[in-house]
Design a binder for this molecule. Structure first.
Ligand code: CUA
Length: 332
């Protein structure tokens, strides 16, 4: 690629990018999706052109400074007023360059925006501050699991503010916006684990919105999905509750009594306690209080905490809420 000559190190996996993945280059993660090379090609093209002109301009600047510097006995010359040849050159060359850049970018853009009709559908919910992935059989997980060599289409929505789903190794990034669905797709070409992050600053827990994409080898994805679903279905209420809390609550609420920075109170030992609130009379933590806090978090704001949590209304079933309550009860 054009950028390659500028940085001979670019082909060496010198640095793991960004969080322990190998196989990428000095500055880019591995190209692990079928469309990643389109993005890299446009990036390298633009970088190459920009680098070339940067060096050219700096070189000419230095050269002219030296060559035409003021010396005793020389007088400043009058600048020429017009040169048709020059003006044509600095109009036509940039025109060609931007057309090349546009064509390269647009060609990849069309591929990246248009999901194949056979794509496997996964629903995504972005929320302060975690991702939830819902598979066609209804199973939900905090990690994105996909089969290798299969187009996967993500249909995404946000519960609160704008997030952005970003999988660097796939060169996939799409905003996740409240009040509408956005979509993106990819075809992973290499089994393995990749980072999935939020790329839109969405509040204090923004950097916690990091999870994994697990690309399963041929045939293994279906087995994983079936087993994960069966396991989730057959759990005792308290275990199902533990799983839900780990998946949905743990980025803000600990279960061991520690305080998560900018998060909410720990769940440890709260059942049966009497809590004081900034906007409500003291209340005993019981089933109804926990249920209300999940569905209408702003109604009772604990003394010493901010009104940060968004509602889980429509996201958790009654059964799931009951499981969470069972688990919180067990944390004595
Ligand atoms: Cu969600 Cu940043």
């Amino acid at each position: 690629m054009i950028g390659g000559f500028l940085l001979p190190l670019a082909s060496e996996p010198l640095l793991a990018w960004p969080l322990g993945q190998t196989g990428g280059t000095f500055w880019l993660p591995p190209q692990s999706s079928s469309t990643a090379h389109y993005v890299d090609r446009a990036f390298h093209l633009i970088l190459g052109i920009a680098s070339f002109f940067f060096l050219l301009i700096v070189f000419l600047l230095a050269l002219f400074l030296l060559r035409y510097r003021g010396r005793p006995g020389t007088l400043a010359q009058k600048a020429p007023t017009h040169s048709t040849a020059l003006e044509l050159a600095w109009s036509i060359i940039p025109l060609v360059l931007v057309v090349v850049i546009f064509t390269t970018g647009f060609y990849g853009y069309m591929e990246i925006r248009t999901a194949p009709r056979t794509a496997y559908e996964i629903y995504v919910v972005g929320q302060k501050w975690k991702w939830t992935f819902r598979y066609p059989n209804g199973y939900e997980d905090g990690e994105l699991h996909v089969p290798v060599d299969q187009a996967v289409r993500l249909t995404m929505q946000s519960q609160d503010v704008i997030h952005s789903l970003f999988i660097p190794a796939f060169r996939v990034k799409m905003d996740v916006v409240p009040g509408r669905y956005t979509t993106t797709w990819f075809r992973a070409i290499q089994p393995g684990e990749y980072d999935l992050v939020c790329a839109e600053y969405c509040g204090t827990g923004h950097s916690d919105m990091i999870t994994k994409v697990v690309v399963h080898p041929p045939g293994e994805f279906e087995r994983w999905l079936r087993q994960a679903d069966e396991q989730a279905q057959s759990l005792a209420p308290v275990d199902a509750g533990r799983r839900l809390v780990t998946q949905r609550c743990a980025s803000c609420h600990s279960v061991d009594g520690t305080q998560i920075p900018n998060g909410g109170p720990s769940f440890k030992g709260i059942f049966g306690q009497t809590h004081t609130f900034r906007n409500a009379p003291p209340t005993v933590v019981d089933e109804n209080y926990i249920r209300e806090s999940i569905l209408d978090p702003s109604k009772k704001i604990r003394e010493g905490y901010e009104d940060r949590m968004s509602t889980f209304k429509g996201q958790l079933t009654d059964k799931q809420i009951t499981n969470i309550i069972e688990y919180i009860k067990s944390l004595q």
